[in-house]
Design a binder for this molecule. Structure first.
Ligand code: GDP
Length: 532
């Protein structure tokens, strides 16, 4: 083994690349700040993510984001904890979300599922969890807002087990009901309770004081007794952390806390270091894997244009999968077989960028003005390799796009083609509709807003969007597509997706899809990967 591959392997072993998945308002920004604070990446919470009224808006870059106060794009935060390097990839935190979120999950090795103690599992948590399950990403659960009245801890565990078929294995257990938090029991160190002195506003690390079982019993009698009893019950039930079962996505280690007061955050951070898997060998097309100590390879999981309105540039986010990335190295783009020079490599957090000179497996590099790169592209050095394509999710929203000004149809076509390549939306065409009226397909309707904003601002071709009454897409074949377009009974339409030439059959609902299946029993109608 060469010294370079040993170096890559040892750096990979101390990387943890993860995302926080949650429903909006569960506390993702607050938790991100708290994690970074504990890991000492920043000096004061609030400087990382901040929303309106808080300090700093580092991750809000688009005009749309500013006006709505939501994070449309994904950035990366890197920090160190106990000798490990943690890469936290931000997933957009809006209920009305897009394919981007899913792509981020293609670049992580683990996810932290954040749950609001009072609300339990919510819609977006469910959707994102499904993607994790589909991709085999292990999930750590953090029940947040335990400083406020909420549900029973055992009830929340039941909900996770019932709905996600995932056995919760508590690692930090609350003493006191939601809203009456006395402290936490670190299940790995029983016989004591961690008590927290509050730090208002969460601007500093919470002070953690270990309290012996005897003292806890004396001072927090009933709550301590209940917590110990609950933990005993859980142990009898086999709710005990097992690393193998966790990595196989059969169990989820569970933590309780309050991100806003930094309670339970250190335990979570330790768990990310101790339990979350480091980057491992990655499957490649045609079978086999690329080990982390192989020569450099990377996966482009996201392409973002106009991160900096002053420069109108375009950044391709690449996760290093194997080997060592050095800025300036020339690598090969697998799709074209062409060389690609990595002169402009940055680490990116929101609008803040700094040159990155070297990156290891698990790290994310922003390649600036890499116009040739597409989402799903593999870059490599040495032996050629191609990672499997990014999953394309079943669109649920459809709209016909037309140029407002017909004299700008060239710009219109160029813009739509660009947005298709970047994966902002899926573009569907048919002979019937022609190329001046492509159908845009999206997982979340907010993707259409991005199209409107960018077509007007960047391609100088404002668009009119006309929503189509379809909500369901299935994959079909040429015969099925023809049958559907001929049918006078079924409401629906077949179009071709430009990205992969797939024939998609669109229907207003499952009932119409069912009628089509009855009318043409031989037509192929396959489920696409559902976003939920
Ligand atoms: P996001 O939309 O998931 O990023 O959520 P935010 O981090 O913006 O939090 C949403 C709201 O919940 C904000 O008002 C936070 O102050 C509040 N919040 C976050 N964590 C906690 C917590 O641990 N306890 C309480 N009581 N409020 C919290």
């Amino acid at each position: 083994m060469s010294s370079t591959s040993e170096w890559a392997a040892s750096e990979a072993a101390r990387r943890r690349t993860f995302a926080v998945i949650s429903h909006p308002d569960a506390g993702k920004s607050t938790l991100t700040e708290a994690l970074a604070l504990h890991a000492h990446a920043i000096t004061e919470a609030g400087a990382v993510h901040g929303k309106a009224g808080r300090r700093g808006v580092a991750s809000d870059w688009m005009e749309m984001e500013k006006t709505r106060g939501i994070s449309v794009t994904s950035a990366v935060l890197q920090f160190a904890h106990r000798g490990c390097v943690l890469n936290l990839l931000d997933t957009p935190g809006h209920a009305d979300f897009s394919e981007d979120t899913y792509r981020v999950l293609a670049a992580v090795d683990c996810a932290v599922m954040l749950i609001d103690a009072a609300k339990g599992l919510e819609e977006q948590t469910r959707k994102l969890f499904d993607v994790c399950r589909h991709r085999g990403i292990p999930v750590i659960t953090f029940v947040n807002k335990w400083d406020r009245p909420g549900r029973e801890a055992l009830e929340l565990l039941d909900e996770i087990e019932r709905e996600f078929r995932l056995k919760p294995t508590p690692v930090a257990w609350p003493v006191g009901d939601a809203g009456y938090l006395r402290g936490l029991i670190d299940v790995r160190r029983p016989g004591q309770m961690l008590r927290y002195a509050r730090t208002p506003g969460g601007a500093r690390e919470a002070i953690e004081e270990p309290v012996s079982a005897d003292r806890a019993a004396l001072e927090d009698g009933a709550d301590w007794g209940k917590a110990v009893e609950e933990l005993d019950l859980l142990q009898i039930d086999g709710a005990v952390h097992d690393q193998e079962a966790f990595l196989a996505c059969r169990t989820t280690p569970v933590f309780f806390g309050a991100a806003i007061s930094n309670i339970g955050v250190r335990l979570l951070l330790d768990a990310i270091v101790d339990l979350a898997p480091p980057p491992g060998p990655r499957e490649v097309e045609g079978g086999g894997v690329r080990p982390v100590d192989a020569p450099f390879s990377g996966l482009v999981f996201k392409v973002q244009a106009n991160m900096d309105p002053a420069h109108r540039d375009r950044i391709a986010f690449m996760r290093v999968c194997s080997g060592i990335f050095e800025r300036g190295m020339t690598v090969t783009q697998a799709a074209s077989g062409k060389p690609f020079a990595t002169k402009y490599a940055h680490s990116v957090f929101g609008q803040d960028r700094s040159m990155v000179d070297i990156a290891y497996p698990g790290d994310v590099v922003g390649l600036v003005n890499a116009t040739a790169l597409r989402v799903g592209d593999t870059l490599y050095a040495g032996q050629s390799t191609v990672f499997p394509p990014m999953p394309t999710f079943a669109p649920e929203h459809f709209a016909v796009a037309r140029p407002v000004d017909l004299s700008r149809s060239k710009q219109f076509r160029r813009g739509i083609a660009q947005l298709d390549e970047e994966g902002v939306v899926q573009v569907l065409v048919s002979d019937l509709r022609g190329d001046q009226a492509p159908v845009l397909a999206a997982v979340g309707p907010m993707q259409f807003d991005v199209v409107s904003a960018r077509m007007a601002g960047e391609f100088s071709s404002p668009v009119k969007l006309e929503t189509l009454p379809y909500r369901l897409a299935r994959a079909t074949d040429t015969a099925g597509a023809e049958a559907l377009n001929r049918s006078r009974i079924v409401q629906g339409e077949a179009l071709t997706r430009i990205r992969d030439k797939a024939q998609l059959a669109l229907f207003p609902d499952g009932w119409q899809a069912g009628s089509f299946e009855r009318e043409f029993p031989t037509a192929r109608l396959d489920h696409l990967i559902a976003a939920h």
